[in-house]
Ligand binder design. Sequence first.
Ligand code: FES
Length: 149
Amino acid sequence: MSGTDLSRRSALRGAGVVAAAGAVGYVLAANSDAADAAAATTAANGYGPKAAAAPAALAQVADIPDGGGIVLDDADVVLVREPGGTVRGFSATCTHQGCQVSSVADGVISCPCHGSRFSAVDGSVESGPATRPLAKVAVTVRSGAVFQE
Ligand code: FES
């Protein structure tokens, strides 16, 4: 056997060891916690199936004064409750220059910035400077809680 043959055999034997180690590594990796973790994060990164999340309630009906309303700052929604129970939703963004309305009283939703007043029944302008009604927000009541549709 020549020196060249010996070094070629060593190289082949080395390649076999590397190939075997690679196969073992693949099997270990496929069955490791890391492989499971990668599968578990696919929904979180938006590429896998997503679990249905229950929508959060905007408010409890009991939190809305009967015949009045509340302004939900974070949701940017006004909820009004007619005497007797019907709940309606409107955008809390004033159509004049975009301030957030601040209160509901006596059937009127008021904007603090320039004094616009809107109907708590249908969001229409009762007095300006706003000229357009508040946008309606579709809401539904389930089990005493108000949800955005
Ligand atoms: S932004 Fe509401 S009245 Fe001007």
